[in-house]
Ligand binder design. Structure first.
Ligand code: ADP
Ligand code: MG
Length: 229
């Protein structure tokens, strides 16, 4: 994309997209709600912080817009700055006023792969592992790497959301996803091309969050007792 096209895209963001775009974060633990997307912009996906759209005239770029009151915009810009260029990650082409223009990653999130019954080869998992190692080498801390934040494209793995990679707190989501992949997905789902309905995926997502909350509460209760011995 040359400079003129980029300038056109940015003016379209300011003139067509932002004035009519309605986005709301109802609950920080669930995806934001998008109430209106002005024509001809198209909604590509939502996360707990932001919504991602694209313009049909610029199919290789996306615009990620943070919901009012959701933090993380400046951190995400910094993460992309540190990441530089890598095949498994997007790149930030422009950022201002709580929106980022990013390189579009073409692919299907692993969450949607489960829904569609698409076979996820081992290579996808290995690519993501390598990409996360690369990020660590760039002074980042892979965080919040779950099924909606990673994608498969032509049998290769991509990491679509890096917004929490400055957060140094340990995050076991990717390790748990890998365990589920090797212990459940490969033996039971993959051979039969099983499709998992969205409501079941949502139950898994909510139960996982509940289990994590219970585990951390249990550890908090245990810790003072352990100290007494
Ligand atoms: N660069 C991109 N190219 C294509 N799709 C994207 C891109 N970034 C995000 N998406 C889509 O938008 C969804 C939400 O984006 P994400 O960055 O995960 O938002 P959040 O930070 O709120 O979790 C993703 O799950 C993915 O489907
Ligand atoms: Mg996300």
């Amino acid at each position: 994309m040359d400079e003129t096209q980029m300038n056109r895209l940015i003016s379209s963001v300011y003139q067509e997209l932002l004035p009519g775009f309605r986005i709301e974060s109802v609950d920080p633990h669930n995806p934001v709600e998008v109430h209106h997307v002005p024509q001809p912009w198209q909604l590509l996906g939502t996360g707990n912080y932001a919504a991602v759209v694209y313009h049909p005239d610029y199919p290789d770029q996306v615009v990620k817009i943070y919901a009012p009151g959701r933090p993380g915009f400046l951190e995400e810009v910094e993460v992309y700055h540190r990441l530089g260029s890598h095949r498994a990650f997007s790149e930030c082409l422009y950022a201002s006023d709580a929106f980022l223009v990013l390189k579009r990653l073409h692919g299907v999130t692993l969450y949607d792969c489960m829904h569609l019954g698409l076979r996820i080869p081992k290579q996808v998992i290995q690519d993501i592992d390598q990409a996360l190692d690369y990020a660590r080498g760039r002074g980042l801390y892979p965080h919040d790497v779950h099924g909606r934040n990673v994608m498969m494209h032509k049998g290769r793995g991509l990491v679509v959301d890096v917004s929490d990679f400055l957060d140094e707190e340990t995050c076991s989501k990717w390790n748990n996803l890998k365990k589920a992949y090797y212990w459940l997905y490969r033996p039971f789902f993959s051979p039969f091309g099983l499709r998992v309905p969205y409501f079941v995926l949502d139950i898994v997502r909510r139960s996982y969050r509940l289990l994590c909350r219970l585990a951390s509460r249990y550890l908090q209760i245990r810790r003072p007792r352990l100290r007494r011995h």
